[in-house]
Design a protein around this ligand. Sequence first.
Ligand SMILES: [Cu+2]
Length: 445
Amino acid sequence: MDGLATNLHFHGLTVPPLCHQDDVLDTLIPPGTRPFEYRFRIPPDEPSGTYWYHPHVHGFTDPQVEGGASGALIVEGIERANKTLAGMPERVFVIRDEPLRNPDAPPSKESGAQPPLLRDPEGDILNTGTGGGKPARDLSINFVPVAFPEYTPATITAKPAEYEVWRVLNAAAVTYLDLQIAQGGVPQAMGLVSLDGVPITKNGAIPNRILWQGHMLVPPGSRIDFVYRTPPEGTRATLLTAAVDTGPAGENDPIRPLATIISRADAPDPPSKLPAVSTPLAARKLAWLGDVKPVRERKLYFSEQPSNPKDPNSPTLFFITLEGQQPKVYDPHSPPDIVVRQGDVEDWTVENRSHELHAFHIHQLHFLLAGWNGAPVNDTFLRDTINVPYWDGKSPAYPSVKLRMDFRDPNSVGTFVYHCHLLEHEDGGMMGAIRVEPTAVPRAK
Ligand SMILES: [Cu+2]
């Protein structure tokens, strides 16, 4: 592996894990070589929403993505899943993180007393637990930096009191977002219509559904498409991220603004508008994932360990382990950790045995949250990335999510990866490989 070589992963798309399509295991494009062509078909039934692409070279994903190598990919048709959106203007926001531009700057005067600044073995600023303090990374929104310590926000000008569809991608390498739009200190309603690229309509069974929220946690890698009504004429609002408690070993993600929303009657129209006519989508052929009985259960867990057991400050080893196997950092030369069969649905419980948040992501497919800390959940939407809460070091049970994993789509046949989407953790070994066997191959005993 070489930090100058690169490749692309198309996050969320149900595209085969094959070279020139969505393969990150064998595809490596060295610098100075001829252009490499990706050519694949977006499946006709790919749900409409926000997807994205970014490099995925093991060991170098974090620096490449923090360097800005990411982009949003919109699968059109959200107004067909929700007819109330027809004709609305739409905006796309890509939020990235990067090393601090002013790492030695003192905090701004308004921010008050500062908590002590501690660092983890990787040199990142640790969660202060106060919601304030110096962030571990700066953020940018559509490449406009909103840098510590002044956090000068970007500007969005909008026509007053208009419903718009906002699509936000958290392309940050390690930074969690808890997005909120505040006006005069009051959180404004954000109407979720699509999560991780999939409309929240339960395959069309609950059409035109909008889930109104006051804020939304968006882990690294995740996307939200939501309806928002712009402020009345002459007023303004702030798109911000609230602080996220990433755990005692997590990075510091303090509260900070991202953009000021200014309402003006003469504001230019956003460059894109959803079609004014909505023709309803055909229902998907596959049964709703929540109604399918899983054929197998597995347990996986996130854990961490100092590379030198005698030195807690030595670099951290990051693991995601199938219970029963030995924790190890990801090795591209090892056989797949998990083998499943196309057509199957499995339930995976993913535990967090570490003292910081992790975001579970798997390529090629979406899953359903079926349980949270042991309690059943009846979610009506799918995801491809999910936050797993940190362990406090005391509770008898580790925090966990139970995920219904969908291997029914023939496009998922092949070998691909699952990992933590905090890219520093992924590069540090928190990744495993899975092979989906074609249905023709007899089921493993
Ligand atoms: Cu992680």
